[in-house]
Ligand binder design. Structure first.
Ligand SMILES: Cc1cc2nc3c(=O)[nH]c(=O)nc-3n(C[C@H](O)[C@H](O)[C@H](O)COP(=O)(O)O)c2cc1C
Length: 332
């Protein structure tokens, strides 16, 4: 029988920490305090660079390094207009692991990060893209299923895991989306995962700076309340985001309907209509996380929100997850 340490050894060695659990980067949520708390407790925190400028990211990295001497990663969004400068900011600060999110990275970006001494982690939404990223020299992959919070793909974590884990062995693969308990962590590790990535489960950590109202919404919500945003019209694409339903979710449907009617009525151009739909949620995650506006802000959360029942410290959450994993292994 293999122990938990043996099962996630590859992931732990890759990340440089004893617990192969990555704290998935969450815009506004994954700042210095949560990231340092995760890394100090033995897991792996990841800063969300999100829309930060290179100067702001440099400050946030320095502030995180002041709170922890342990390794942590930085998540960069590929469509950021200053991606190259953000890469240089990470390298100048000696960041060991950079996560590239929101698409397929260019070889030049991966190569530059390697030259600067960083390991690069990418997202594989399909087996084909995973294989392509491995060929491009990516050091590790995250596969994230549709159960996750935030921007999501269409395929469930369980199906992605069955597609990718038996077929990609050259690099460590971390499984994300819908993980709320230790038993599930063990099942993905036994299938060949090197480790896991959790986001939703860490939002109500005592160390997390999210507004008390944002945390309360998580504690009160059940799995079925964390739904994917719905596209009103086939010609006006909406990138699906999973969030707890609120007044803004209903308003978004009405807004799409009104906008589409204006376009077809000739009072708005198609481009203006599409842009208005894309901008509807601008700034809304910040409004909810930082200001506590849980009515008109975005309550991005994964389906595992149903397993978030109280505010707990990061070390308590990690102890709970590892104890569940260990007792599940002991029963086998
Ligand atoms: C509030 C929130 C914000 C998020 N923001 C980001 C982000 O900025 N970049 C990113 O790559 N993933 C983002 N994610 C996804 C997480 O990094 C993580 O992969 C996901 O939460 C894992 O699934 P889980 O929520 O079921 O644990 C976000 C998730 C949440 C809940």
């Amino acid at each position: 029988m293999r122990t938990l340490e043996q099962l996630w050894q590859r992931g732990a060695e890759f990340l440089g920490c004893p617990i192969a659990i990555m704290g998935g980067a969450m815009s506004w949520v994954s700042e210095r305090h949560l990231v340092a708390a995760l890394s100090n407790a033995g897991a792996f925190g990841v800063l969300a660079a999100s829309s930060m400028s290179p100067e702001l990211l440099a400050k946030e990295i320095a502030a995180t390094q002041a709170l922890t001497k342990k390794p942590f990663g930085v998540n960069l969004i590929l469509m950021h207009p200053q991606l190259e400068q953000l890469v240089e900011t990470c390298l100048a600060a000696k960041i060991t692991h950079v996560v590239l999110a929101g698409g397929i990275p260019k070889s030049a970006t991966i190569n530059r990060l390697h030259e600067g001494g960083a390991k690069v982690i990418g997202f594989a939404p399909t087996l084909g893209i995973g294989k392509k990223l491995v060929k491009m020299g990516i050091d590790a992959l995250v596969i994230e299923g549709t159960e996750a919070g935030g921007h999501i793909g269409p395929v469930s974590t369980s199906v992605l895991a069955q597609e990718v884990l038996p077929n990609i062995h050259d690099v460590p693969v971390f499984v994300a989306g819908g993980i709320g308990r230790g038993e599930t962590i063990v099942s993905y590790l036994e299938m060949g995962a090197a480790g896991v990535q959790l986001g939703t489960r860490f939002v109500c950590a005592t160390e997390c700076i999210a507004h008390p109202k944002f945390k309360k919404a998580f504690i009160n919500a059940s799995a079925r309340e964390a739904t994917a945003s719905v596209q009103y019209h086939p010609d006006f694409p909406v990138i699906p985001v999973r969030a707890i339903g609120n007044k803004a979710t209903d308003e978004f449907m009405r807004f799409q309907k009104d906008t589409v009617e204006k376009v077809f009525g000739g009072t708005l151009s198609r481009e203006e209509g599409q842009l208005a739909i894309e901008h509807f949620w601008a700034g809304s995650l910040r409004r909810a996380v930082i200001e506590g506006d849980v009515e008109s802000g975005s309550l991005m959360a994964g389906q595992s929100v149903g397993m978030v029942n109280s505010e707990q410290s990061i070390s308590e959450i990690l102890a709970e997850l590892t104890a569940q994993a260990q007792s599940y292994l002991d029963q086998a």
